[in-house]
Design a protein around this ligand. Structure first.
Ligand SMILES: [Zn+2]
Length: 240
């Protein structure tokens, strides 16, 4: 589903466009190349490919697959998509091991409880804060924002003059908090990361779950910041 000139939503069980277990996955269109942001829970690869084709894009142009973090619902399609398209898998070095081995940090046992199963793929490249990833005629800037996992990252995109943030699970619309106490979770890091993202003043935001924002994203990050720094009871009741 085309959202803007540069960004497409190509998976997301919350939108009914791919199977249960899939996070929101996005394609950034760089013209001669595409970047895929996250790969879902593993059973959605066929739907992802069909959605990309339906949008008039060629999946074979996916040269870079950027992984926001190591949770199973963001990495399940890595193997199949890499085999199909030859894409490079790119993550932060700190989450690389979990992505490659499906260790505790990946929450893979939860995936298995949900009936999901997938092969792992190697991470071909790693990126750290400030690294620029070129995709055709666009640049994605890596933002390190630990807290949800130790090596979770976002990507900033200039979408024809509109500042946009592809943020994985570190933030969501309306300040709704996500899964905040898994292995590798760190509340202090998370709080600092939300302040950092708000300081970047994105206009648009594309989270790994729930609603994407086509404007006013910074005010949603400021709501998130307020909830993160409220009393615990407020945080707990604001989950979801
Ligand atoms: Zn996650």
């Amino acid at each position: 589903m085309k959202l803007t000139e540069r960004v497409y939503l190509v998976a997301g069980s919350g939108y009914g466009i791919s199977p249960s277990g899939d996070c929101n996955c996005y394609v950034v269109d760089g013209g001669s190349e595409l970047a895929l942001i996250d790969t879902g829970g593993g059973y959605g690869v066929k739907a992802i490919m069909e959605n990309i084709k339906r949008d008039g894009l060629d999946p074979k142009k996916i040269t870079k697959t950027l992984i926001t973090h190591c949770h199973f619902d963001h990495i399940g399609g890595n193997y199949e998509i890499r085999e199909t398209t030859g894409t490079k898998i790119i993550s932060h070095p700190i989450d690389k091991e979990a992505i490659e081995t499906l260790n505790e940090l990946s929450l893979y046992t939860m995936a298995q409880e949900w009936g999901l199963e997938f092969k792992t793929a190697p991470v071909d490249e790693t990126v750290v804060d400030g690294d620029v990833i070129e995709v055709g005629d666009v640049e994605l800037i890596t933002v390190s924002n630990p807290g949800h996992t130790p090596g979770c990252i976002s990507f900033m995109l200039d979408d024809y003059g509109v500042s946009s943030l592809l943020c994985g699970d570190i933030a969501g619309a309306s300040g709704n908090l996500g899964y905040i106490n898994g292995p590798g979770f760190d509340l202090d890091d998370w709080k600092a990361s939300i302040k950092k993202l708000a300081s970047l003043k994105p206009e648009r935001m594309y989270p790994g779950h729930g609603t994407f924002l086509l404007g006013d994203a910074t005010s949603h990050l400021l709501q998130y910041d307020a909830k993160m720094n409220a009393a615990w009871i407020t945080i707990i009741t604001s989950v979801g």
